[in-house]
Write a protein that binds this ligand. Structure first.
Ligand code: ZN
Length: 161
């Protein structure tokens, strides 16, 4: 298990757009595994490559239903709305209220560069939107309604209202 350092808000790498992955190399697989290890170690539900300093379009998500690896994810469809608490491993100890689509359909590649589509609702839809935003250099605070507030460390993951 290899943990990578999570970049914190203020690090300009979090504001940059990421490049698409052209091929999965052994180093890419190592990065994906490290991202999963780092996410679990930090008790997060999602992590995007720029959060560990790599400007590639890769995200990992686990909302408690098993790991999801998304390489070059593209949101194809969204619908509905959900408003709830959202946090980010790059802004530890804080959260805010964000409105996101309640449904997303996303196309991505897995760690073997096999294309797949995923339909997600509620928390998973929120996580997909949050992580895909990271790939375009967007932190969730851009979407926050009202002020950020402090949360206990174990409450960092997004929660439904
Ligand atoms: Zn985040």
């Amino acid at each position: 298990m290899a943990l990578r350092q999570i970049r914190i808000l203020g690090d300009t790498i979090l504001e940059k757009a990421c490049r698409p992955v052209k091929e999965i190399t052994p180093r890419t697989k190592e990065l994906i595994q490290d991202m999963l290890d780092t996410m679990y170690d930090a008790c997060g539900v999602g992590l995007a490559a720029p959060q560990v300093g790599i400007l590639k379009r890769i995200v990992v998500i686990d909302i408690g239903e098993g790991p999801i690896v998304m390489v070059n994810p593209e949101i194809l469809e969204t619908s509905g709305e959900q408003t709830g608490q959202e946090g980010c491993l790059s802004l530890p100890g804080q959260a805010g209220i964000v409105t996101r689509p309640n449904y997303v359909k996303v196309r991505a590649y897995n760690e073997n560069m096999e294309e797949y589509e995923l339909e997600a609702t509620e928390l998973l839809a929120r996580a997909v939107c949050h992580e895909c935003d990271h790939l375009d250099g967007i932190m969730y605070i851009r979407h926050v309604e009202g002020d950020l507030f402090d949360v206990e460390a174990e409450d960092e993951m997004p929660e439904e209202e």
